[in-house]
Design a protein around this ligand. Structure first.
Ligand code: SAM
Length: 275
């Protein structure tokens, strides 16, 4: 499963925007200082930057890290163009109002050593890495009182509609394949809630952020048909040999083409202040 695919990451933006929990976001914005130092783990194509700007965070510093170097390059170009910003002299980022933005290639679990940030963002990320290891890395990168904001953390519930007889077997195989990848956890969302409660610190806010994509007038908004196509490809990689999976995939692709497929994935948004 290539979670750094540019088409997939850009196409999921509108799905994420609908899903984000406004109450968790508002608490985050209430807690942030005026010019925050922000780190992002697994920044992908950098969509957090225009989101922060739209939320009024236009002063401070942002540093996004992703292990996929090509995605980092695209983040710099796409977000500078979207925000009408000129590239810095070193080519690693740009400035929007008083917010400096940099994107770097690296492993987010060790790239933040020595930082004293106000916020670490980990969006659609914590199902990809060991949650405790990530929280340790984030906690040590924060100044006292700093925050971890982990929106769109997948939580192991996947629904495709209309009903198909192979749904249960296909979805179980999909979740098993996620769990089989080293460090991954298909139920990262609920385990993140457990870990935030068990560790020192405070779970400040939590809310559901389910991805819900359903057709309207036989089609899908924005680029969400492409998003659903990528999800079906992720499932396809996981279901080789599952009884009924071939018919399931054929049926789902036909439904996608005709604009009759609905998809739901359960996730959580979490705001945590490490102790
Ligand atoms: C599902 S994407 C989410 C991207 C972005 N946060 C968003 O919401 O659009 C997850 C990203 O994490 C990156 N990634 C996975 N493990 C990583 C690690 N250990 N360090 C840095 N990036 C990582 C992947 O390359 C991918 O771009």
């Amino acid at each position: 499963m290539n979670h750094a695919d540019e088409g997939y990451l850009e196409a999921k933006r509108t799905v994420d925007e609908r899903a984000l929990d406004r109450r968790v976001r508002d608490r985050l914005l209430d807690e942030l200082p005026a010019a925050p130092r922000v780190l992002e783990a697994g920044c992908g194509t950098g969509v957090t930057v225009p989101r922060l700007v739209a939320w009024g965070v236009t002063d401070g510093e942002y540093r996004g890290v992703d292990r996929d170097a090509a995605t980092v390059e695209r983040a710099r170009a796409l977000r500078a163009a979207e925000l009408d910003a000129d590239a810095d002299a070193d080519g690693e980022g740009f400035r929007v109002d008083d917010l400096t933005v940099r994107f770097e290639a690296g492993d987010a679990l060790d790239a933040f050593a020595g930082e004293r940030a106000d916020l670490v963002v980990a969006a659609a990320f914590l199902d990809l890495v060991p949650v405790d290891e990530a929280l340790d890395a984030f906690a040590s990168a924060l100044a006292p009182g700093g925050l971890v904001y982990a929106p769109i953390t997948f939580d192991g519930e996947t629904v495709f509609q209309p009903d198909h007889p192979a749904d249960d077997a296909v979805v179980a195989a999909y979740h098993d394949a996620i769990d089989d990848e080293p460090g991954r956890d298909a139920r990262a969302g609920r385990h993140l809630l457990d870990r935030c409660r068990a560790r020192d610190g405070a779970l400040l806010a939590a809310g559901a952020s389910d991805w819900i994509v359903h057709p309207r007038d036989g089609g899908y908004p924005a680029d969400e048909r492409r998003f659903l196509g990528a999800i079906l490809s992720f499932v396809e990689e996981a279901v080789d040999g599952v009884p009924g999976a071939e018919d399931w995939l054929r049926t789902r692709r036909r439904q996608l083409d005709s604009g009759t497929l609905t998809y739901v994935a359960h996730g959580y948004d979490v705001l945590y202040r490490p102790g």
